[in-house]
Design a binder for this molecule. Structure first.
Ligand code: ADP
Ligand code: MG
Length: 339
């Protein structure tokens, strides 16, 4: 297992349109703490990279300017520290500690809402640091105005600086994250498996990572290479349920239409190039989007055998590596089918 700080670095953070802004703001803060955006408020749903960015900021600042006191903590830690200080009458130490920090990174600040005393202490800490131009970065699952029971004065402080959001990553970013993670973990991740996972696991990045971890473990135990079949098997419970609603017939219909052909032509024995190419594309998408087996897919394409389907899928998989027109076509077809 890699060291957390190393793993949660800027280097290991994949940038896509969903997180570009938060990433750029984090980098700016890491490069010039206290002098760019202050406070920086990062918000976004669960498992989208907020904690990762906070650690990346902390690591980069500590590395570049070892003298600075950089403190990463969750809102819960702040609350517990405060409770402890109150209980043992150590408020002075508490205040001294927090007010001597140069870079304060507070994760999941929404947990401070409803905690009156915490908010008050945090408000004072915030002011003390802000007034001495110390950097503050906080994350939350919502924008300040949507955090219920957050005191108005804190809310307005959070809105003083820059508010950056992280959205769900798109398909390409999900694939890039998987590839990066596989590389870091020294895993062999075939590109059809990568696309399959990126397509079906859309909820958040943590789920994507979890799926890789499970595949890796399963591949090691079974001594089999990672494959789409293995995904269907091992990840049954997390693969998006939408998939089971896409039928082979639907794939054939949509692909045929896209190519200006009739569904019957894809099932026929005809081997003219445009028809056989469309047929292979349809087989590829059946494999990716339905949970049907090779023999089942073959039988629906006019009784072809499983080897023909495997050949078709492999052919398209190989072409996808080099043919950007085909990539776009598949992308478009996926969209129509998943719509
Ligand atoms: P959050 O704090 O928003 O709930 P995390 O920062 O804990 O999410 O991210 C969940 C997991 O996903 C972490 O292992 C993190 O490294 C990974 N992750 C999230 N976004 C990215 C990204 N853009 N590139 C690489 N890994 C990411
Ligand atoms: Mg987090």
């Amino acid at each position: 297992m890699l060291n957390t700080n190393l793993r949660f670095s800027f280097e290991n953070f994949v940038v896509g349109s969903s997180n570009q802004f938060a990433h750029a703001a984090s980098l700016a803060v890491a490069n010039q703490p206290g002098n760019s955006y202050n406070p920086l408020f990062i918000y976004g749903g669960v498992g989208l990279g907020k904690t990762h960015l906070l650690h990346a900021i902390a690591a980069q600042i500590s590395q570049r300017t070892p003298g600075l006191i950089v403190e990463y903590l969750s809102a819960e830690t702040f609350i517990n520290d405060l409770i402890h200080a109150i209980q043992y009458e150590k408020m002075r130490d508490f205040q001294k500690k927090y007010r001597s920090i140069d870079v304060l990174l507070v994760d999941d600040v929404q947990f401070m809402a409803t905690q009156e005393r915490t908010q008050e202490e945090f408000f004072h800490t915030f002011n003390a640091l802000y007034d001495s131009q110390k950097q503050i970065v906080v994350t939350s699952d919502k924008v300040p105005q949507d955090i219920p029971e957050l005191e108005e004065r804190l809310r307005s402080r959070f809105e003083w600086g820059l508010i950056a959001d992280i959205q769900l990553p798109d398909m390409e970013t999900r694939a890039a994250i998987l590839n990066k993670k596989a590389k870091v973990e020294d895993m062999d991740l075939p590109s059809d498996v990568c696309h399959f996972l990126a397509r079906h696991i859309q909820s958040n990045v943590r789920m994507l990572e979890g799926s890789l971890t499970r595949l890796k473990a399963f591949a090691e135990m079974s001594e089999e290479p990672i494959s789409v079949d293995m995904c269907n098997n091992v990840l049954k419970d997390i693969l998006s349920p939408k998939r089971s609603f896409i039928s082979i017939e639907e794939v054939i219909r949509i692909v045929a239409k896209h190519h200006g052909l009739k569904a019957g032509e894809l099932k026929s024995p005809k081997r003219a190039k445009p028809i056989s190419r469309a047929r292979q594309v349809a087989m590829y998408l059946c494999r990716e989007l339905t949970s049907e087996s090779f023999p089942e897919i073959g039988s629906r394409f006019g009784g072809r055998d499983h080897a023909t389907v495997i050949h078709g899928v492999n052919k398209i998989t190989a072409l996808l590596e080099v043919d950007s027109d085909l990539q776009r076509e598949i992308q478009q077809l996926r969209k129509s089918l998943m719509a």
